[in-house]
Design a binder for this molecule. Structure first.
Ligand code: NAD
Length: 244
């Protein structure tokens, strides 16, 4: 018996990193997974590796029409949506004085609006079904403050707030909204940092190593599964102790 037998899961940003690890793990646990990403070639590759239980879709999480298309196709193919993992996101460093309105807007549109549109877009189907599980992905940068990450960190603070607010509004509909706070996780996103900054990050981790996409996927699986049936608005830091 898998922990997600018969469940239908949409995972955004699943062409890479944590989202891809979640798609693989959820499928191994019995779910059918909708692997979505702006990079449709990457999404297709992950879905191809998983096999028949995966469907790859092109998706821009910042675009409401794109969400409508993903939800419609998921319902057409599978008839329901039990799980949404909002893993898609972007990252860049940037000092406050170098952050302009266009940069802040870009982070807002993908990290914040993308997460909001995800919750909003699956909400009606989950309410009709009598419930569901939504896992949002914030960041350790919304638990402790990092210099020179203004637009990214501000967007992740908003993801943190939205997770709690949506959780209390949707709890009565049987929808559980919970949030993961990854620390420094060894994915292509982290690799854009200069080596000396990566060393600084590494030195802040009591566990002595970077996290893996699989470390995060296990926590997403727990939150998406019935094992987390009484978790609403919870915040779990997956950071090797860095934010402890
Ligand atoms: P990643 O770069 O490997 O994966 C992110 C994926 O999101 C990519 O496949 C990318 O194509 C996709 N994406 C970007 N913009 C998109 C859009 N508009 N629509 C749809 N897809 C889009 O990074 P990751 O480490 O797997 O990141 C997953 C989540 O974890 C992100 O929200 C990130 O902010 C968060 N996070 C990562 C770390 C880390 O150290 N890697 C730390 C804290 C938080």
């Amino acid at each position: 018996m898998g922990r997600l037998d018969g469940r239908i899961a949409i995972i955004t940003g699943a062409g890479s990193g944590q989202g891809a690890a979640e798609a693989r793990l959820f499928a191994r646990e019995g779910a059918r997974v909708v692997v979505t990403d702006l990079d449709e070639t990457a999404a297709g590759k992950v879905a191809g590796e998983i096999g028949d239980s995966a469907l790859a879709l092109h998706h821009d999480v910042s675009d409401e029409a794109s969400w409508a298309a993903v939800v419609a196709e998921t319902l057409r193919r599978f008839g329901r949506i039990d799980i949404l993992v909002n893993s898609a996101g972007i990252y860049a460093q940037g000092r406050f004085q170098d952050t302009d309105a266009a940069m802040l807007d870009r982070f807002y549109r993908i990290n914040v609006l993308g997460t909001f549109l995800g919750m909003r877009s699956v909400g009606d189907a989950m309410i009709r079904q009598g419930g569901g599980a939504i896992v949002n992905v914030s960041s350790g940068a919304a638990l402790i403050t990092f210099k020179n990450t203004f637009a990214y960190s501000a967007s992740k603070w908003m993801v943190r707030g939205m997770g709690k607010l949506a959780a209390v509004d949707l709890a009565g509909d049987g929808i559980r909204v919970n949030t993961i706070f990854p620390g420094a996780i060894d994915t292509p996103m982290l690799a854009v940092n200069p080596p000396e900054y990566l060393e600084t990050l590494r030195s802040m981790i009591p566990a002595g190593r970077l996290g893996t996409a699989e470390d995060v996927a296990e926590v997403a699986l727990f939150l998406a599964s019935d094992a987390a049936s009484y978790l609403y608005g919870a915040e779990i830091s997956v950071c090797g102790g860095a934010a402890a």
